[in-house]
Design a protein around this ligand. Structure first.
Ligand code: PLP
Length: 364
């Protein structure tokens, strides 16, 4: 069987290993395994969400509300935008897929940072688009602008804060950059970790309403998978001018969000206290990672997210280290496939983090 040649160079996305796989492969009891690999909220989600989802169980026989009325209302009021400036996806991943399919083809160039979220490249390659990367792993707007002038990309991805490095751009610098980009270049501002950045440093906080009000060619992406603790429910959203949203709607399959997921996200959005507490606790714990890394002589990239990326010494090997930790029941993300000798560790509960420090010291 032959398939589209565009699939040939694509590496299958490597998701964080699930706990069940480590149970099967290493015979470790699931209670002894901690997963610090996918930037999930270690507190889980709001108890109010669990309660609300339980009440919706009886509705499973019916198709979901395809207008997504309640969640759209909740998002529209949270971000002070109109319903027609919103699209909801099965994770913001699905919206990235719509964006690529709406705008790119095999003549398009797609510009992104040297080290950034892997799905941008995977979706770009689906349609045969060419991926252009800036030299630096952090987002440097001088490099982005130079590449923009040279390559005239159809789409630019700005991931802020960036996954898997954790750094974030300044809002004003982003706006200055966007002013120089022509109106037919689609710029995607992926704010999957924006709740964290906004808490740590307000000068990094991108406000969707302001962003789309100033720039008609920009879409902002958010997700319920990280700070809201709903990775398993698969809900993300895009905020943009109505002509961008209308184009994406042509690609959306009907009923792309389940009834339970719609309910979970709607209720999660109302429990702001839960998110604020989660984010505050994350940064309290992050201090321990910074202290630990400093003592071990390892560079922790300053992070505006719920994870920290540890850059290892030359004599250490990130794949070996991640595997040694895995055998101890600790799942972290090896970043060797991104060209870094580094591991990415999600900030867990205080207890999980202590176990990570202990085991990391042992395997080093
Ligand atoms: C996690 C993540 C997403 C999307 O997550 P979904 O679960 O699909 O909503 C998007 N961008 C970045 C940078 C992420 O880390």
């Amino acid at each position: 069987m032959t398939f589209n040649t565009t699939l040939e160079g694509i590496k299958t996305y490597e998701a964080g290993k699930p706990i069940e796989l480590v149970v099967r492969e290493f015979g470790i009891a699931s209670s002894d395994i901690i997963k610090l690999a996918s930037n999930e909220n270690p507190k889980g989600c709001s108890p109010k969400v669990q309660e609300a989802v339980r009440h919706m169980i009886s509705k499973m026989a019916l198709y979901p509300d395809d207008s997504m009325f309640a969640l759209k209302r909740a998002l529209a009021s949270r971000f002070d935008v109109n319903d027609n400036e919103l699209i909801i996806g099965a994770g913001s991943d699905q919206i990235i897929e719509f964006l690529i399919h709406a705008k790119a083809n095999n003549n398009t160039k797609v510009l992104m940072s040297a080290v950034t979220f892997a799905m941008y490249e995977i979706y770009a390659r689906h349609v045969g688009a060419e991926v252009i990367r800036t030299p630096s792993y952090e987002h440097r707007f001088d490099e982005f602008y130079a590449a923009y002038q040279t390559y005239k990309p159809g789409i630019i991805f700005i991931c802020t804060p960036n996954n898997p490095t954790g750094d974030a751009v300044d809002r004003e610098a982003l706006y200055q950059f966007l002013k120089k980009i022509d109106s037919d270049t689609l710029v995607v501002v992926d704010g999957a970790y924006m709740e964290y950045a906004a808490f740590k440093d307000p000068t990094k906080a991108v406000v969707p309403k302001e962003l789309i009000g100033r720039f008609a060619n920009v879409i902002y992406l958010g997700t319920f998978s990280k700070a809201y603790g709903l990775g398993g429910m698969r809900v993300g959203y895009g905020i943009a001018g109505e002509n961008i949203i209308a184009a994406l709607y042509k690609l959306r399959p009907p009923f792309n969000i389940t009834t339970l997921s719609l309910e979970a996200a709607t209720v999660a959005l109302r429990d702001n206290a839960f998110v604020e507490e989660s984010v505050a606790e994350c940064f309290d714990e992050m201090k321990h990672f910074e202290t630990f890394a400093a003592r071990a002589g390892i560079e922790a990239i300053p992070s505006y997210t719920n994870f920290v990326t540890l850059q290892l010494h030359k004599e250490q090997n990130s794949s070996d280290l991640a595997f040694a930790l895995l055998k101890k029941g600790i799942i972290v993300r090896d970043l060797s496939s991104y060209g870094l000798n580094a591991i990415r560790v999600t900030i867990g509960t205080p207890e999980q983090n202590r176990r990570f420090f202990e085991q990391f010291t042992t395997v080093l």
